[in-house]
Design a protein around this ligand. Structure first.
Ligand code: HXC
Length: 266
């Protein structure tokens, strides 16, 4: 897809994208690379990272696969060091790694709740913390991908909603604490995004049409639209933005709780 942004907006910059092996993270990595950034892809599955890295290289970009689990601070720290050694610097961090499933709170195990908090919230802290010194050197920025579940009460999503709300609060705290170091910290909160693992897991085929119909703009977001919001935030156009969460949900949260209430027949 052609971009509305000036070409090579990110030439000379380096981006680290977690969850970069698939879905929204991979789309963001492609977009940043398409704007001239060299990208490091961090995720748990080497084969998925290799495939996205190969695609970016095939399109003339530079990409590095960094297999690691965002829950493991030592592995994250080693990956950040490797990205800087290999690609020379670090300007942009995108926290896209996430885990989720539908589960009623009354039967969700403590470990299930903790697993999602660990991946989403602790993972976002780990990567942001490990990258801070390099980002301060580059006067760079962080963008974390949250979700409307952070602010809209959503059945079967207490674990993910709490994790994403935590990321949005962390975004504001880090933005304040790191502003004088020149590091901006923002988030993007999408509703359902077409062609993602999230939609496959959270909006099964039988509920899909009802969830889709409920969106005021009449459709789900595209991965390119999420990537575009990230690109705006990390670009000079976003230079005065910090501590913000951009809501990208086609107007759905204007309606209040959902969209899963429809799906549950509640
Ligand atoms: C209930 C479940 C469950 C399910 C796992 N658990 N799946 N409980 N319903 N469907 C429980 C397990 O029983 C276990 O608890 C605990 O969670 C940890 O499970 P593991 O499989 O051991 O964990 P792990 O291998 O670390 O996997 C993490 C995961 C997994 C989150 C559970 O689904 C994953 O790796 N997902 C990554 C990909 C993903 O989810 N992508 C979608 C992102 S969508 P017990 O008690 O049995 O030990 C997304 C959209 C965001 O993020 C929008 C919403 C905010």
């Amino acid at each position: 897809m052609s971009s509305v942004f000036a070409p090579n907006l990110l030439a000379g910059q380096v981006a680290l994208v977690t969850g970069g092996g698939s879905g929204i993270g991979a789309g963001i990595a492609r977009t940043l690379a398409g704007q001239g950034a060299r990208v490091a892809l961090l995720g748990r599955t080497q084969a998925k990272l290799d495939a996205v890295a190969a695609e970016i290289r095939g399109a003339g970009g530079e990409a590095l696969a960094l297999p690691a689990d965002v829950r493991d601070y030592a592995a994250v720290e080693a990956s950040v060091s490797r990205a800087v050694e290999t690609l020379g610097r670090l300007d942009i961090v995108v926290n896209g790694a996430a885990g989720n499933f539908l589960a009623p709170a009354a039967s969700l195990s403590a470990n299930g709740f903790r697993a999602v908090i660990d991946i989403d919230l602790c993972g976002t802290f780990n990567v942001s913390r490990a990258a801070f010194a390099q980002l301060a050197k580059a006067r760079g920025s962080i963008v974390s991908i949250t979700a409307t579940q952070a602010s809209v009460p959503t059945p079967l999503q207490c674990h993910a909603g709490a994790a994403k709300a935590g990321i949005e609060k962390l975004t504001r705290d880090l933005a304040l604490e790191w502003a004088r170091s020149g590091v901006r910290v923002n988030a993007v909160a999408p509703g359902p995004v077409e062609g993602t693992e999230g939609v496959r897991r959270l909006a099964p085929a039988d509920a899909d049409a009802a969830v889709r119909r409920r969106v005021p703009l009449g459709r789900f977001a595209t991965i390119d639209e999420v990537s575009g919001a990230v690109l705006f935030l990390v670009s000079p156009a976003g230079a005065y933005m910090t501590g913000a969460t951009i809501l990208l949900d086609g107007g759905t949260s204007l309606l209040g709780p959902g969209p899963f209430l429809d799906m549950l027949g509640a």
